[in-house]
Design a protein around this ligand. Structure first.
Ligand code: SF4
Length: 392
């Protein structure tokens, strides 16, 4: 189990109120600062000469990797070191794989669907992580089939079942939901809490082909649970595009780093083929804000630009209070993109939450030799359409 700063602190001299408390020998101003740095891996335990043996032992154990990482053609699986995402972060998203039987009469049709499936989540293309082929000798006799060629042609990873089975991965055959869920929990807890090497292999759940009485939505619900707790890989014999889209979207939420805000690229985005007279909106590069605004702009009956200011992925008010969204950054962005050359419209609509910045922005833009004027827009993205209709 990873140690938190507070867990470390309670062993240090300041917590024990001993004479060496906050002596600064470690280079940190206080024992608490040292504990927080150590928890983040930004300092070494040896830097404090007053660490008791008890903490040294616990810390050493916590540094042992809980789960082994297995790499399959660049796909990393396992390697997790925490039980809950908020403790630090999960590292390698649950790999969603499809097992196809080359001897099945509908193999080629199904293979095409699996190979060509892709969805875009937060501007990234997602495909089936691994295609596993059973009875591949049939295919090899029929054609000059080569997994390497498929990999290169479709950016898929293809592996023969016999090769997959040789990997150091524990496979759980899914029979009953509670049995699989309990086994996944037991194995992950053994690996993380006890660092038990007998349970350190990545774990893969295999769903056998659905019987006629079973439904795809039940399979999807079970897989959703296993993604959260604690499958490193899932193998499906049934392929359904809607199920994969839902599971990949869920997975994206679970496996993002909670310490890093989701951000989009800072640039000028275009909606509905804008011209030099189109509307101009402005916001920060916080992904949630961006997609809320972008969705509204896409659906407007008119065309527009959206200037996305770099703000470390913070929402507008947070960025303003952290001084990431300033008049200077706005002017820099306008100059860097040479935006005044591109458009005749001189009105930039800013989020209503930044109304208090209008004067400052107008002044900075003017003193930079630009002639844009700031217009205060709506607080909520969902009001943009009404705002455009009534005000512009
Ligand atoms: Fe505290 Fe140890 Fe750093 Fe001194 S050297 S401030 S006792 S952590």
């Amino acid at each position: 189990m990873e140690l938190s700063g507070l867990q470390i602190f309670k062993y240090l001299p300041a917590a024990k109120k001993s004479a060496d408390a906050n002596c600064k020998e470690c280079g940190c101003p206080t024992c608490m600062a040292f504990a927080l740095k150590l928890a983040k891996g930004n300092t070494k335990i040896e830097n404090c000469k007053h660490v008791p043996d008890e903490l040294k032992n616990i810390y050493q154990k916590s540094q042992k990797l809980a789960q082994k990482t297995v790499e399959i053609k660049g796909l990393k699986t396992g390697g997790e070191n925490v039980l809950f995402r908020h403790e630090k972060t999960f590292l390698n998203p649950t790999a969603l794989c499809v097992l196809l039987d080359c001897a099945a009469p509908d193999f080629e049709k199904k293979f095409e669907r699996v190979k060509n499936f892709e969805i875009c989540i937060l501007n990234k293309t997602k495909k089936v992580d691994l295609i596993i082929l059973k009875n591949s000798q049939i295919l090899q006799q029929k054609t000059n089939f080569s997994p390497a060629e498929i990999d290169a042609e479709h950016s898929n990873r293809v592996i023969y079942l016999e090769d997959f089975q040789k990997l150091p991965i524990k496979i759980i055959e899914d029979e009953k939901f509670t049995k699989t869920a309990n086994e996944l929990k037991f194995i992950r807890e053994k690996a993380i809490k006890e660092k038990d090497e007998n349970y350190s292999a990545p774990v893969c759940v295999h769903f056998a082909k659905l019987a006629h009485s079973e439904k795809i939505n039940e399979l999807c619900a079970k897989a959703a649970f296993y993604i959260c707790k604690y499958a490193n890989m899932i193998i499906f014999e049934d392929f359904n595009e809607a199920m994969f889209s839902s599971l990949m979207t869920l997975r994206e939420n679970i496996f993002t780093d909670p310490q890093k805000p989701l951000k989009v690229e800072s640039k000028i985005y275009e909606f509905n083929e804008p011209s030099e007279n189109s509307l101009i909106f402005l916001t920060t590069n916080f992904a949630l804000t961006f997609f809320a605004v972008a969705n509204e702009l896409e659906n407007l009956k008119t065309s527009s630009y959206l200037i996305v200011i770099p703000a470390d992925g913070m929402s507008v008010l947070t960025a303003w209070s952290a001084e990431k969204f300033t008049a200077k950054t706005v002017v820099q962005m306008l100059k860097k993109t040479n935006f005044s050359e591109k458009v005749k419209n001189r009105k930039i609509i800013i989020p209503g939450l930044l109304a208090h910045m209008k004067k400052e922005l107008d002044a900075a833009i003017k003193s930079a030799g630009l002639d844009f004027e700031i217009v205060i827009g709506t607080i909520d993205a969902c009001d943009i359409a009404d705002f455009v209709k009534s005000r512009l």
